[in-house]
Design a protein around this ligand. Structure first.
Ligand code: EPU
Length: 354
């Protein structure tokens, strides 16, 4: 096992923030984790699991031991009358997996095309877009307990998925979403994820952007590949490509409020974009709230608010002068303050701050 020292992370985080991992081990299989845990010094060291780096803000060099997940492989594991079960290594690129499933005739992930990041990170925040969340297609995952080295498998219920949330985002002392009372934040490394793609495929439409494409193209019943292509076009038009402009996707979660709170805000802000949820609560569009506070296109230092979607914070620095994690967090806090002052709502950041 090789422990690499002072490894530059600029190209391992989608914001393009300059920082180093003081110590880094590449995890290509379960054996690499066993080797780390057998070494007394490394066993005792705090650890940070790094996937595609598409949902993190690095605020300095990373002192915990970085475990860079590079477990590869994707295959049809089994199929029955109801579904294809696909298994992928945690280090696989998410979008490549989506493309591979569609090319091989296993539809179901098309609405999640072009989301940056790795397969292993996808359950952590229960990635979602255009009416589909990872939990809708999830079968199970394998992980390694970073304290004991034991491997274990979790089904969907055990992952306690919520909106951009799972058991992997909660520490053990805090009851997890869904009342499981345990959390795995920082304690486990996801090695493989399995997806159940139903053979009775049904297009998930209904989002305004998709409806617009259907009208433009005059297509009433798009197939999965057609939806995949539209989603790629929609995302390319609306969201910055991290290869060109550093970013971490949506920077804040869409907040949920009670119907009373929403009614109160609507009285003051009739145009507020909101969606009624099945449980009676109301989700507000954080992008709209930020936009309404005049942030679109604004910057603090080299951290900016994307011109076409106010929910996305971007790296406006050049390669010689990239954004710092501090600048991103200063901008994020200023946005939180102005949204709170105007609407009384505290936006919750989505990325993990390291
Ligand atoms: N809006 C504005 N101004 C803005 C941005 C948005 O007025 O600057 C309005 C839009 O006009 C629209 C509403 O807010 O009426 C919602 O915007 P959009 O459809 O772009 O979706 P979103 O709620 O901002 C969420 C996800 C995205 C996902 C899209 C599509 C979250 C935090 N974000 O964005 O996920 O791609 O829906 O399903 O839930 C991500 O998580 O990184 C991400 C990109």
């Amino acid at each position: 096992m090789l422990v690499e020292k002072n490894v530059p992370l600029q190209h391992s985080n989608s914001f393009g923030i300059v920082a180093k991992a003081l110590n880094l081990v590449r995890v290509a299989d379960e054996g690499s984790i066993a080797a780390v845990l057998q070494d007394p010094a490394l066993n005792a060291a705090p650890k940070f699991v790094l996937g595609g780096g598409s949902n993190i803000v690095l605020t300095g060099d990373v002192k915990p031991l970085v475990l860079k997940v590079e477990i590869m492989g994707k295959r049809l594991l089994r199929e029955d009358a109801k579904a294809w079960v696909i298994e992928a290594g945690a280090g696989e690129n998410w979008h490549d997996l989506v493309t591979w499933t569609l090319q091989n005739g296993y539809p179901g992930l098309e609405n999640l095309a072009l989301i940056p990041g790795t397969v292993g990170a996808s359950p952590v925040q229960n990635i979602g877009a255009y009416g589909v969340e990872l939990q809708d297609r999830f079968e199970s995952l394998d992980a390694v307990d970073l304290t004991t080295g034991q491997t274990f498998t979790l089904n969907a219920a055990q992952c306690a998925f919520g909106y951009r949330d799972s058991v992997f985002k909660h520490s053990s002392s805090v009851p997890g979403p869904g009342g499981h009372g345990f959390g795995l934040e920082g304690k486990a490394l996801i090695t493989r994820v399995r997806f159940a793609l139903p053979k009775a495929w049904k297009a998930v439409l209904g989002y305004a952007d998709i409806e617009k494409k259907m009208q433009q193209m005059g297509v009433q019943a798009p197939d999965a590949m057609q939806i995949y292509e539209w989603i790629c076009e929609i995302r390319k038009a609306k969201l910055p490509d991290p290869q060109v402009i550093g970013n971490a996707g949506s920077f804040f979660k869409n907040p949920t409020v009670s119907p009373e709170q929403c009614a109160d805000i609507i009285q003051r802000e009739p145009k507020i974009v909101h969606y009624h949820l099945a449980d009676g609560s109301v989700k507000l569009a954080a992008g709209w709230l930020i936009d309404a506070c005049g942030w679109k296109g604004k910057s603090i230092g080299n951290a900016g608010v994307y011109e076409k979607q106010a929910l996305v914070l971007v790296n406006r620095g050049g390669s010689a002068d990239p954004v710092t994690g501090g600048e991103v967090m200063t901008l994020a806090k200023s946005i939180q303050t102005s949204v709170y002052e105007r609407f009384g709502i505290l936006l919750e950041p989505e990325p993990v701050v390291v």
